[in-house]
Ligand binder design. Sequence first.
Ligand SMILES: *Cc1c(COP(=O)(O)O)cnc(C)c1O
Length: 454
Amino acid sequence: MESIKYYSTNLHANEVTFSEALLKGIAPDKGLYMPKEIPAFSKEEIKSFSQKEYYEIAFEVIRKFLVGQIDDKELFALVKDAYNFPVPLEKGFENKYVMRLDQGPTASFKDFAARMMGRLMNYYLKKENRKLLILTATSGDTGSAIANAFYGLDNIQVAVLFPDGEVTDRQRKQMTTLGENIKIISLKGKFDDCQALVKESFADSDLDYLNLSSANSINIGRLVPQIVYYFYSFSRLRKGEENDDVVFSVPSGNFGDMMGGIFAKHMGLPIKKFIISVNENDEFPTFLKTGKYNKIEPSKNCLSSAMNVGHPSNLARLVALYDGVMDEKGGISQIPDMVKMRDDIYSISVSDKETKEMIKEAHNKHNLLLEPHGSVGWKGLTEYCKKFNVDKDQLCISLETAHPAKFPEEIIEILKFEPELPPSLEGLENKEEYCDNLENKYSDFKAYLINNYK
Ligand SMILES: *Cc1c(COP(=O)(O)O)cnc(C)c1O
């Protein structure tokens, strides 16, 4: 079979293969890579997933996008290595469930994408006999997800910069206790200073030999693995009848997670409705209603902090999927098919007050322990069910994207107890830390890179 080509949503770059899109990240015209065609599963194939483990479903889904790009045996080994943790499905009430994507090494759903992207990058780099240095600045969470996902991969080095004293002890230890190919740098400065140094390094031709990459969230290699858990959860919870279908609710910020779900729908998963639940940054629900898009600048600070996004970086992909064109700044030169989009998608904005109330209600009424992001998703789902009088037998699944133990202050305030740590976050106190300290000076940082990576 011929391999799928990937085009840029800005339509001014050459089409590339999956591995090129993966290693490039962003297209030369600043657009996002999208598959030219979306592969589909037959009903029989989707039925057969009920008998498969998570990593086996991951193999089937990812393989569709990589035809002719990787050997089955190699891909199978990668997915088996990446997905070695459980994906629990908890019942709330009636036929309404929460899918917990919080059991990976950093207790965030971002582990699903980052672990697979790391392994795929490593595979192609090895084949081409190339090495890569991932350089990233973090205010806490992204750095640990990237460091953990790339830990131990032999053709990739990782250097993470964080602002001295501005990440929590636990966040720091999640990065500094790894070692091997992971270097962590504490900078005497702010997060913005860390970002500025990273930016300057990317623009410095003296460092071209290092083959720098940012592994950022718009990489197609992060999107494809996020299709898998939609198929997985449906395969576990479906009744097994011909006309089974499902409603998903996804707490959303940059829309990477929800794009995975929309892809799943376009691949044949019978998703009756897709609910995009956002916090008070409501640019998308307004767009869906009115067809007019206005970014929110600056974005609003809400409890679900990973979703404080006033212009979702993956929105251009959604627009492209519905035959529109949106550039990287949010300008629309071709309006997407809004009627079709509204048919597939419902979107709702949830306030901080409602987020807190729902954490309480979910715990007291349905015995579900949710953190602020998951609470936004669950609120979106329950509101949708009320508004449209959804049948009590309708299968509905809301995504929980982080572990409640990552938000102890909020949980203690609302529920009056401290959530237990998941195994992945336990025992960090006793591990040795590896960390370098640098002054906030580009010349020092450059010398550091040159000395460490020859
Ligand atoms: C990143 C993140 C989100 C938002 O995911 P997007 O793909 O950016 O929409 C939601 N919840 C948590 C906990 C996250 O870290």
